[in-house]
Design a protein around this ligand. Sequence first.
Ligand code: NAP
Length: 403
Amino acid sequence: MGDTNVKKQNWDVKETELFLEILKELDMKKCLDGRKVRNNKLFKVAHRRMTAAGYHRSVDQLKIRWKVLKSAYYKCKRQPQSNPSCRIQGWWRYEKTMIAIMESRRPLVGSVVHTDRNDEIKTDPEMDSQLRIGFIGAGNMAYGIAKGILCGDVLPIHIKVSAPSSRNFGRFQELGIAVTHSNSELVCGSDLIFVAVKPHLIPDVLREIAHHVTQKHIIVSIAAGVTLATLEELLPENSVIIRLMPNLPCLLQEGAVLFSRGSQAKPEDGALLRSLLEHCGLVEEGPESWIDVHTGLSGSGVAFVYLFAEALAEGAVKMGMPSALAHSIASQTILGAGRLLRDSGKHPAQLRSEVCTPGGTTIYGLHTLEQGGVRAAAMSAVETATERARELGQKSAAAGCRN
Ligand SMILES: NC(=O)c1ccc[n+]([C@@H]2O[C@H](COP(=O)([O-])OP(=O)(O)OC[C@H]3O[C@@H](n4cnc5c(N)ncnc54)[C@H](OP(=O)(O)O)[C@@H]3O)[C@@H](O)[C@H]2O)c1
């Protein structure tokens, strides 16, 4: 939308509140560090989300609004008793969110965090503020997660990667990350370790590092199908273990990640992991039984969406569109629909009904999809993929115990 269409009237309360919530979620702290490029990127994302929610402001208008809000915040800090009229109109409604944005320090990487008091996250000054992160395995998933972590506050010099061969090291080294062939050396020099090898290698790798693992380490396994019980059995008693399930779009920092804490992992360990991974995409915590569901929904779900994209494109090819164009339009349609679904926060049924004109094209097409049983097939696909993940988990638990 061009600037000519940008609405000129004053910001209302709802719009300002939405804007602040978006900035809070996007980690506005970055806007305070003076790095213009990063700030611009952030405002562009905010602009897209505001537009998706129906508020058409330009990026510059958003920046100006933020400046005004920031000035009001500083004014209130300097003169808490000042006359409210000299502050922004209706300031009291925004004050809490502004304070959350300006004063919340995300659980600083490297610090132990406490989440027990009113959701407030405090850092522990006693702890080393430089968390050292290790990756055992230099594959695609380790690379995607490392890139996401580097988008936050972690410096590359605080990350190390290990693998038997050097073939995957180059791309980590390009990011400034140190590499080693020794898993033991990596564990001894790290506080939080992602175990990112193929599931069948987990027993060997964990036995190799077990005598270096202490209760100060946090071990995060991303191996599909390897349960917390198996991990706890393979590592020393009282080890702090988290099982994490990423999905393929983590490679582009658009992942959907679910993690479960082992018996010794505290909520603050989960909070630390969540803050580390916040740039990898959506990060949620849940009971371990949900991990297999997440595998069916999101791990395998990515492939279900690809199948749907392929089918959409083939429909267009059938109707005469060149294949390359049909595929690029299908992928953009899925991307756009996905972003709108995520950013609007609306239920898919609501968005779907908003596209349906009575007697129009979409309702005809939807009827055909329903006749074809797409909804039931998608539900069954998640169900069977979940069941298969459970089955594989049980097999790998049995194999882990046997080895
Ligand atoms: N890919 C996904 O979509 C996805 C989704 C969810 C979960 N996961 C899980 O993520 C894990 C990694 O998957 P990936 O796709 O990243 O695998 P990958 O690309 O095949 O990478 C595996 C890495 O492990 C290294 N490795 C092998 N043996 C090792 C050992 N003994 N010690 C240290 N490193 C060793 C390999 O070393 P070299 O570089 O020398 O070969 C390689 O760098 C798997 O457990 C998988 O279940 C993957």
